[in-house]
Design a protein around this ligand. Structure first.
Ligand code: TYC
Length: 122
């Protein structure tokens, strides 16, 4: 029996057409569809301390201090800020971590997940 990499059993057999009529595509012919991505959005409120928001951004999203302050300040002044872009499962996990940290300290801090339109670049 031939190997699954499509090597013929006999040297005279053509490559590429395995028995059973299935055509295997070269890897370069397979269009890998990228998984949909989601923005995690930080929502402003009037009560959560700024320092708490900065710490959460550092702990959950691994942003450095400067970047965390920038994101916090954008949400503070504009009402919301994009924290980062993730696959759905990762975005869900991060939002859950933020919610748990906020609840444990009694702050109303909130994040949301928003789908990114196909074809939109980062
Ligand atoms: N607006 C809050 C304050 O003045 C700070 C804050 C910033 C809260 C960003 C939430 O997403 C937020 N204490």
């Amino acid at each position: 029996m031939s190997q699954n990499n499509n090597t013929p059993d006999h040297p005279d057999e053509p490559r590429g057409k395995p028995k059973g009529g299935v055509t295997l595509l070269e890897k370069s012919e397979v269009k890998a569809k990228k998984p949909p991505r989601y923005a995690v959005i930080l929502i402003n409120d009037d009560y959560t301390p700024q320092m708490f928001v900065v710490i959460v951004l550092q702990q959950v999203f691994h942003k450095n201090r400067t970047e965390s302050e920038r994101i916090m300040y954008t949400a503070h002044t504009k009402g919301r800020a994009v924290i980062d872009i993730f696959t759905y499962d990762v975005a869900r996990t991060k939002v859950g971590q933020v919610r748990r940290l906020a609840e444990s300290e009694g702050h109303p801090l909130e994040c949301r997940i928003e789908a990114i339109e196909e074809g939109e670049s980062k």
